[in-house]
Write a protein that binds this ligand. Sequence first.
Ligand code: FES
Length: 765
Amino acid sequence: MAARSVSLRLAAACRAATQTVRPHTATPIMRAAALSPSSSSRSSHALAVHRDTPDNHANIPFKFSPENEKLIAEILKRYPPQYKKAAVMPVLDLGQRQHGFSSLSVMNEVARILEMPPMRVYEVASFYTMYNRNPVGKFHLQVCTTTPCQLCNSDSIMKAIGDHLGIKPGHSTEDGIFTFSEVECLGACVNAPMVQINDDFYEDLTPESTVQLLDALKGYAQATKDLPINTTVITGDVPPEVKGIPKPGPLSGRATCENMPPSTPDPLISSHNSTDVSNFTLAAAAAGTILYENHSIFTTLFTYVVGGIFAGFGTAYHDILWAARSPAKRKAESKRWHNAISPEGHRFVQVREKALKSNWENRKSELDGILDNTLGLVRQSNSGSGDTRTGDGKPDSSFEGQDEKWGDWGDYKEEKRRLAEREQLRKEAGGHSGDVPKYILEYAPLIHLYSKEEYWPGDIDLHLRRTIPQLNFTDVHEDVTLDNLSLFNQYAPYLYLTSKDDPEAHPGWLSARFNIPDLKTGKCDAPGTLIWVDKGNGVVDAFWFYFYSYNLGNVVFNVRFGNHVGDWEHSMVRFVDGEPKYMFLSQHTGGDAYVWEALEKKGKRPVIYSAVGTHANYATAGKQEYIVPFGLLADNTDTGPMWDLTLNSRMYNYNLSNHLLLPSANNPEAPISWFYFDGHWGDKFYPFNDTRQYGLLGEAHYVSGPLGPRWKNLGRTGVCQRDDEECIIMTQLRYGRKRWEWEADPLDGGLDVPWWALGGLDWYL
Ligand code: FES
């Protein structure tokens, strides 16, 4: 006791001395916060001491606002009248929110209302770091540096903030926008490192994302000068002049605290980025890229040798002729390509997308003649505009002259008109299409995802939030939703929903582990899509669409090809008079078709399998060789988690005559605009000066994202997606296992009829 009173007397003496010598300054926020910051970096002496300042002394009047008085009355009802003081924390918090910090006057007023000694209120306010006893900036940055955060490099976050704002922990910036504090664990360790900014947590920080966040907040603060201080960072609508403030939560792309991708991946999905491939792969990729970049007769000879082995000499000969014929033209196109991949500032580069596309295709025809055009090898996604058939199976003439609309991207008049027209038609139709035919749900497929899949089903809504439409690598618009996506069609098909995150950094939304279907029920949190189309004469096609935010391409010769952001796969059940007859399973550029009886069933429902990484659909589990012999190119399926789309899907009817998509009665509010989007659902083919990209034998590590369901030939007459190719409908599952064999030699493959007799749907009908 004696020791305590001595120290109190000493403290009082020190206080008196300090008060007499210290002049008032013109930067109260900085000075006050520096003197008594609300952080763990404060010394115990600073924690216990109050010093009067011009904006914090007992003579400054403070009264609660009428609204807060009402709230206090509500709070007090929670406690017995004789224990009013139990309300000290929420009432103090109210005072801090109203005044901006817990000043002496606020604390005294709280003590008066709660009929408790002021010292008791001071004790509470000085114990809990969330009470700021001196003014803080508009944004109070409280960085956690406790062990889990520190292990995840919170030091780098502290440094980034200090360097960027030019202040140390415990200080505020001169403009009063930021106060910087170091605090103990805030309970978000799973997403370390993190910072609390006013009421919001920002997690999974990197120095780069932290600096971006600070800049965005500064812009926000300058644009909203009149808002009271210490308001929640994101309060309702962000002013139009402030863009780019991320939503609170993980900034890595994780939705919550789901696992990051495994550090020791399944061998089937390993070496899938540019940084973890083997030396052989890198050497091969480098050689391939050089070949790709240098158009010469040598390139063609190389292709000729490899192609000769795999595909015969005919096509290689064609390539030689082509290459020998127009070297100057190819050189010019190559130059144009390189010009096109360098956006200048915010202006679009003045290169026509059509020229760019044809340039790419010419390059393809030179180098891909063997592996791509002849064999269709690993061309899993369209590199240009893709399949140009719309829902009714006819070419869409609206793409004509598309490239002439250059630069006029602020005007969405025409697309707005179309959107309004569709909404009007939807209204006239009563808002929905009625119930989904019962038989469609009864015979809906069950799909086994691969047990060690790394890229799980994605929600197109989340996908839109993590991407931004780009035209020629230039942002077009930020606020795209499922309800307005088609507004941007005037740039389609050259528009690409481009990932805001680097796909090679494995952001959580791409792998979407949080969408692994429930192992008991099969319900997946990412909605699937059902679109049924009545073709007349009793024929109804039910298209089940599976969306994944990322497609991991397959490996050939230890080199991975065909990765892309965004992946649409589908299966289609064809009903005749309500009875299932055939089923189509999409795979890469084509797919397999079966008679209904051939398919594996669970109850009445067919069971299908999604391949690891590529998500191609198959009718059986196991290795699925395709196109190239000796198992060099194969998908793999197994009996991993089963996905039942009937439990969570957006369901629609599509009318071929007026092109109207109508939600079914069970989800009448389901958005429709996204369906009419004519652009790509993922990043554009990365140029070769991008370190993520490499090419070999005319194939690329990254290809462009796909077009959406409207482009999957919903109006097909045959069972297969492509009307321009022979559609072979298999009568037994075993034919689907080694398709390349019977495609090369159908009689050996065991088909019951000669290959030339297989006439697609006609043959069976
Ligand atoms: S250690 Fe930082 S939030 Fe827990």
